[in-house]
Design a binder for this molecule. Structure first.
Ligand code: SF4
Length: 253
């Protein structure tokens, strides 16, 4: 077996999508390990490092009857486990999430073609910082949920020009942008991100996601703040919705 035949994974399971354009849809989630940035509000600390360790795979869709194995997982094994979950009920799509799934784009390029051949839609949930990696996988990806990062909220300094280049690739598919907003959101930074979406991908929806307190983030934004930011964003782009992390409201993974 070569390195390219394995994927660093933290968990595989069937669940209800809780964010963005596909809220409420049933998906099989493949949570890949490793992320290239460190957002202050990150709710997946166990998925940040790409290194060998345990991972868990659900046996029955939605039952959380986990089987613990070792990551990296051989792609042949992962494919078999995904087939089993996918076939247990009508899923909308497979979500490649993380961490940052595009960090393993070369390995995913060995894994995705078979899924595409069988007509199973693939969505990538990404922080929107690796445009070349997305381009590599685009033939097998139908849906892109892209984060637009605001340094006033996540504490990282993600380059807006890099995110623009990412969106220029992603607009070849159905793409939407998710912007996490917190109590300290800088309005100029938010306006710049929304204006960029309007310029680069005018058909894309923007989802403002009030931060769920987690990690170093202690508070959510106030109702007045959220109303004000949506008004600001709507003046720049006609497709702006506010959607919190609904899976957390209903006690889902
Ligand atoms: S991009 Fe996502 S996985 Fe990476 S640190 Fe930020 S919230 Fe966590």
């Amino acid at each position: 077996m070569t390195v390219g035949d394995e994927l660093f994974v933290t968990e595989v399971f069937s669940a209800i999508q809780g964010e963005g354009a596909l809220v409420g849809e049933r998906q099989v989630f493949v949570r890949l390990a490793g992320c290239n940035i460190r957002c202050g509000y990150c709710d997946q600390p166990e998925a940040l490092e790409r290194r060998p360790g345990p991972c868990r795979l659900e046996r029955t869709a939605g039952r959380r009857d986990w089987e613990v194995r070792s990551s990296p997982l051989p792609i042949a094994d992962l494919t078999r486990d995904l087939d089993r979950l996918w076939d247990q009920l009508p899923h909308h799509s497979v979500s490649l999430t993380g961490g940052e799934p595009l960090m393993q784009s070369r390995r995913l390029a060995a894994f995705l073609p078979r899924w595409a051949r069988e007509g199973r839609p693939v969505m990538v949930e990404t922080n929107g910082t690796l445009p070349a990696a997305l381009a590599r996988l685009l033939p097998w990806v139908q849906l892109v949920s892209m984060d637009l990062k605001l340094s006033s909220v996540d504490g990282e300094a993600v380059d807006p020009a890099l995110q623009r280049r990412f969106l220029e690739v992603a607009r070849q598919r159905r793409v939407w942008a998710k912007i996490v907003v917190g109590p300290d959101t800088d309005e100029g930074e938010l306006a710049g991100a929304v204006a960029m979406v309007h310029e680069v991908a005018p058909a894309a929806e923007v989802y403002l996601q009030p931060v769920t307190p987690c990690g170093s983030v202690a508070a959510a934004p106030s109702p007045d703040q959220v109303l004000g930011w949506q008004a600001l964003a709507l003046r720049l782009h006609p497709r702006v919705r506010v959607v919190p992390q609904t899976h957390k409201l209903i006690g889902q993974l």
